[in-house]
Design a protein around this ligand. Sequence first.
Ligand SMILES: Cc1cc2nc3c(=O)[nH]c(=O)nc-3n(C[C@H](O)[C@H](O)[C@H](O)COP(=O)(O)OP(=O)(O)OC[C@H]3O[C@@H](n4cnc5c(N)ncnc54)[C@H](O)[C@@H]3O)c2cc1C
Length: 446
Amino acid sequence: MTEPARILVVGGGYVGMYTALRLQRKLRRGEAEVVVISPDPYMTYQPFLPEAAAGSIAPAHVIVPLRRVLPRCQVVVGEVLRIDHAKRTAYVCTPATRTEGGGDTELRYDELVLAPGSVSRTLPIPGLAESGIGFKTVEEAVGLRNHVLEQLDIASSTRDVEVRDAALTFVFVGGGFAGVEALGELEDIARYATRHYHNVDADDMRWVLVEAADRILPEVGEELGRYAVRELRGRNVDVRLETRLTSCEKRVAVLSDGARFPTRTVVWTAGVKPHPLIAATGLPSDPHGRLRVTAALQLDGAEHAWAAGDAAAVPDLTAEQPGAQCAPNAQHAVRQGKVLADNIIATLRGSRPEEYQHVSVGSVASLGLHKGVAHLYGRKVKGYPAWLMHRVYHLSRLPTANRKARVLADWTLAALFKREIAALGSLENPRAEFEFAAGTGRQPDA
Ligand SMILES: Cc1cc2nc3c(=O)[nH]c(=O)nc-3n(C[C@H](O)[C@H](O)[C@H](O)COP(=O)(O)OP(=O)(O)OC[C@H]3O[C@@H](n4cnc5c(N)ncnc54)[C@H](O)[C@@H]3O)c2cc1C
């Protein structure tokens, strides 16, 4: 009897999870085994991170536990460090090898799916690596929420004007989805929270959005991008277009237009770059570092290897200009994952794979509670209706009925009761209280 083929899926994000879901549904028993490897045991629904930061959705509800939704796959928590595709072997660092030492685990495969996504694209700006805050993971979203609310407490508890001003100044760099939505939601919750402070007013805060291009939210088009700028400026957000961050050393953000903002908060959301794992595979990549794939999502020049999502340069067959590639977004990643799974099954069964094609349905973005922009199926919508469309659209896309129900419950509770405004600062150091009690640490929060 022949061994079933082993399909190794690297990454448990959009592409990884949707590929595995489809494979487990369509593969016949004994046809192939599917191994999904991911540093986290969950998939993150990134479009809901800004709402998790605002506290409108519980952080646990914007993630999907991989073991729960993939019962017919083997889920391995670990990080692929390198791949020797000639030997069909991946070298993996697991939590056990990380904490207890020992060599990397070797995983053999017959078919490889590479979907490690992207990482923040940083620049060598002085101070950025030391003090910048990213916004790609649920941990970063929770950390940023606590950080922002903690700044209000700092401002409220000092008579030092410089400390107070720096605490109340929030600088976001990058005017794409992540930056605008994160700023929109956090400004909104911070403004709401100030109602409960006796000595901090909403107008005391300074929110700055720095964008190198001449507009924000390019995904929703020029008209809605301009509207988003007007909306944010109407809320006193200092939107600076055609401007760059040049330094953020010693808690001062310096911009290319000469402005200087003493601040304790610089959030960096200025784009993404392909995951560094790609370079460590030696597999063919384009000049931007994305894996070179055909429209059937097969790696160019490497057999039995597939890739999609943010990590891959997938040809956009629907674009008018030749050579165009699909944008790195969730809309493509989900659909590519499904096509990729179908194509692997087709080749295992001796059939021809199909080419990936998808015409974008548009984009939606939230600018805070009850505010948004939407350009969906050719219709441009602003304000409350757009915000509602944003919620309905993303709720419909959120994987599993279980998550949908939980998010809906979160929204309902938030609408019925007041919003949560307390900072859980000790999440950063949960042992502090016990160390203090045991006499080995400082008083918590001292
Ligand atoms: C805040 C935010 C908001 C967004 N909003 C939208 C939106 O509204 N609409 C939209 O279309 N897109 C949006 N996006 C973009 C969208 O989330 C991405 O395009 C999408 O997640 C890409 O899917 P992916 O599978 O390629 O990567 P990911 O979903 O990032 O998955 C990559 C996976 O690979 C894992 N991994 C990384 N390294 C390794 C390794 N060495 N070994 C094994 N596994 C590894 C990661 O842990 C992760 O599980 C948003 C992104 C962010 C950050």
